[in-house]
Design a binder for this molecule. Sequence first.
Ligand SMILES: Cc1cc2nc3c(=O)[nH]c(=O)nc-3n(C[C@H](O)[C@H](O)[C@H](O)COP(=O)(O)O)c2cc1C
Length: 206
Amino acid sequence: MNTTLDTNDPFWRTVLERRSIRRYTDQPVPRVLLERLLTAAIWAPNAHNRQPWRFAVVIGEKAKHRLAQAMAERWQGDLQAEGVAPEEATHRTRNSYRRITGAGALVVGCLTMAEMDWHADPQRRHLEWVMAVQSTALALGNLLLAAHREGLAACWMCAPLFAPDVVRQVLSLPADWQPQALITLGYPAETRTKTRRPWQEVTVWR
Ligand SMILES: Cc1cc2nc3c(=O)[nH]c(=O)nc-3n(C[C@H](O)[C@H](O)[C@H](O)COP(=O)(O)O)c2cc1C
């Protein structure tokens, strides 16, 4: 730990104590808290201030079930296509289903290129898309920090990246919304610890 930090400072406590939490109690997540998290998300820095993020908040039990079920089915097929034994694939997809439906609320983070710049050069076009991905990730990072600050637990799941068409279809999202991540939210039913390599190991000074 860097001893120059004031670890009682609310900012540092939020940054240092947030963990990815994957199990939640049955306590419902108040809508007002979800609205606060979305507020944190939209104040993230973003490319050209075009705000390419879009969010689908899923709170209905039926909608959670439909989404979790459809993604599990797609994943089951993908795993078996990769040679994973059916029982092992079922084990993994059941866990994923339980995690998603066990969360009080879900936020599916998406991006849209609708208001980003268009470039004739494919490489520049790709980089514009990368900026939209980066902006959306920053928004979701803010959202995760805000969740922790508000007493909620959360975890990022990458699953929508692998089944964007399924997510779009189940949630009836606009065609230009590209699902990037699923954030599960709820009140924590577990605690976790994590370590990090010290910044000195991953930083060069010039
Ligand atoms: C881009 C990204 C993808 C992730 N995908 C998953 C995932 O699919 N399933 C999961 O359980 N956690 C996922 N996580 C959470 C990471 O595992 C977690 O942030 C990491 O282990 C560090 O732990 P911490 O968040 O508690 O500090 C993801 C996080 C990020 C930023």
